[in-house]
Design a protein around this ligand. Sequence first.
Ligand code: SAH
Ligand code: SF4
Length: 340
Amino acid sequence: MDVEDLREALGAGTPAYRARQIYEAVYQRRVESFEEITGLPKAERAALAERFSLSGPEVVSRYDSADGTRRYLLGLDDGKTVEAVFMPEFHRDTLCISTQVGCPVDCKFCLTALMGLERNLTAGEIVGQVLTLARDNGLWADERRINIVMMGQGEPLLNLAAVLKATRILSDPKGLGISEKRITVSTSGITARVLELGVAEVRPRLAISLNASTQEQREAIMPITKKWNLEDLLAACKVYPLRPWEKLTFEYVLLKGVNDTDADARRVAGLLGNLNCKVNLIALNPGPGIPFETPDAERVLAFQARLKRSFPTFIRKPRGLDIYAACGQLKRMETLVELS
Ligand code: SAH
Ligand code: SF4
């Protein structure tokens, strides 16, 4: 709930400033019970506790990787579960959160796709993942270290209203206070929604999963791009209203022998040539039922070397591979299969 929602839920009988008081207590001070909102009369606190619940998603299981990464299976109010990942780094901590339970987009290299879509998450469940993980890892000691990537389960732009509402609460200085500069949303490229995102007053940074160097190649691994084709997507990127501090990010999953040749790298450089962007390369993280292989390290480096001539190009280091926490591996994996 934002302040407006709270105002409405509290009803006309409650003074208007109460909504703001409760909002700040919940998000800025992060109280864990109504009892702790000591600015409210005792009777009102009790009444709130009777009418509302203050719980976020609950930790059902946690898988700890040798590299410090933690994958969480979180329980929602209706009994469904969703995943989120905590990745500590030297200068910052990154929380990778979900926007849907499962995903309706059928990318052929992604384990989440095999779940299909179960449902959208609410704004509360998106913010709740941050609250739960930050609490479990003691991150509130210095929230300036926190980065949020909406790159867990789901296609965020197919749940845009909730994503934007969550972003407003997350970034509000009176909310969680995590600046929009430190929140990134990643999309498979739902062009119409990209344009919608661009005009939102408060919005995360944008990352786009390019993943191929031609329309034909892209269609073969991301069937949704038949509808949202490459040409229109790049046209939308060209007019996307970047803020002064912002660059577009393109993600590119490298699949051995499919999209990882020098010719591919050359074509990608051509496609993105006139955009203010950077590129993140991700060598495929394998999984059961995924019909692709991971390219060798030399191939990945050669691909990077070609793209680096045109834009800043990084290789995303896989995190939590041993616990199925890396990109494209979030599929509620409870038994840990040995990776070959
Ligand atoms: N649905 C959104 C965000 C979640 S996926 C999207 O697709 O952008 C986050 C990133 O992981 C995407 O760039 C996606 O292309 C990548 N990814 C998916 N499966 C992967 C896999 N098996 N190995 C490596 N990266 C993968
Ligand atoms: Fe969904 Fe992203 Fe996985 Fe594609 S890569 S199936 S859009 S989560």
